[in-house]
Design a protein around this ligand. Structure first.
Ligand code: 9Z3
Length: 345
């Protein structure tokens, strides 16, 4: 209870206190500089710019992070979409989880083949691309080089949910001069929960109460009152909800931009409902819904005032399993054909 004479404290909105309490990443300044130059260049050339977010966001459990919670995403949707947006003439800011799939290199970096399998040794001991892969690699290489030459692809990595939100806020704000020529394509898997700065332990969380080092294979604590080494404590984690950043993006950071968000569910009966709910709550332009198990060959488009619209890859073009390792390069080729059909709708 407050004293009668005491001033009522004005609550700080959760969104604002999030950025006040969780410091920006060290890379923010350099990324902002790069993004500023990139955006100004494309404002001058009157080009559409899309910010694609891609990959999972982590929630560190320790400040010096040994353990973290992660959100599922390999970055396939984001990296593949980036290639198609570039082909459609957009400049792309690719805000991605570090070490997740990247546009163009994805064709080689995460294939079942080791990248060295694409190489062969030439007659004079030089390294060459295996003739089997040359034609396709040349096509990919040309597109990649064109994107670089024309300054149309800016890749910025993040790891944690906090880094992601800081970068998103900063870059979205920088994109404002683009007006309706700014598009946001939010494919990153964003954690709904996080551990606030003031509750994160600095060091690795210990699994036992023993504080003294073990000597000669026995611990002092084994003879004292504490539990013996090896008897683990339970770890209970109390997470806070991540503030609804989509609301901030739509209303504050990018009021003129077109915003496409993704909704990932595992329960089919929830997907469309949750997508519609997001649309009602945030009033943006499009939600693309997908289920974890079928995300590679079907998605549902949910737009304001329209019937939901499913896009499905025909059954004969689907790869057998989205999780099993691909047995050979044929499967990789099939997957790429599949994704082209997805994009063509
Ligand atoms: C997605 O639904 C993406 O399509 C996938 C792509 C993560 C499934 P992969 O990278 O997978 O190809 O392996 N993203 C989830 C988007 C998300 O987390 N949305 C949040 C929400 O709906 C905020 S916009 O609350």
């Amino acid at each position: 209870m407050e004293d009668a004479g005491q001033k009522e404290s004005v609550p700080v909105p959760k969104e604002r206190s999030y950025f006040r309490d969780n410091p920006p990443p060290k890379t923010l300044e350099s990324h902002t500089k790069l993004a500023k130059a990139f955006i100004s260049y494309h404002v001058r050339s009157n080009r559409d710019v899309v910010m694609i977010t891609s990959g999972g966001t982590t929630v560190p459990l320790e400040n010096q992070t040994v353990r973290f919670i992660d959100n599922f995403s390999a970055g396939t949707r984001g990296a593949t979409s980036a290639e198609y947006f570039l082909e459609a003439g957009y400049a792309v800011i690719f805000l991605h989880r570090q070490f997740s799939l990247l546009p163009y290199s994805r064709h080689y970096s995460h294939s079942t083949n080791c990248f060295l399998d694409f190489m062969t040794e030439g007659q004079n001991g030089e390294v060459e691309v295996n003739p089997e892969y040359q034609q396709k690699m040349l096509g990919v290489l040309r597109k990649y080089n064109a994107a670089k030459r024309e300054n149309k692809l800016l890749m910025l990595p993040f790891t944690t949910i906090t880094e992601y939100l800081w970068e998103l806020r900063e870059i979205a704000t920088l994109m404002r001069p683009l007006g309706p020529k700014a598009l946001f394509f939010l494919a990153a898997a964003v954690s709904d929960f996080f551990l606030p700065k003031d509750r994160i332990s600095e060091h690795k969380i210990q699994s036992s109460d023993n504080k003294e080092p073990v000597t000669n294979g026995s611990s002092k604590s084994e003879t004292s009152a504490g539990p013996p080494v090896g008897h683990g404590k339970q770890l209970k984690i109390d997470l806070d909800p991540v503030p609804k950043f989509l609301k901030m993006l739509v209303d504050g950071w990018a009021p003129e931009g077109m915003i496409v968000s993704f909704k990932l569910e595992t329960d089919p009966s929830l997907l469309v409902f949750k997508a519609q709910q997001a649309l009602e709550k945030y009033a943006h332009h499009l939600v693309i819904g997908n289920l974890l198990s079928t995300r590679k060959y079907e998605v549902v488009f949910v737009a304001p005032g329209e019937e939901e619209h499913w896009i499905r890859v025909p059954v004969h073009r689907r790869i057998k399993s989205v999780t099993a390792p691909r047995p050979d390069m044929k499967a990789l080729k099939d997957e790429q054909t599949t994704e082209q059909e997805w994009f063509r709708g």
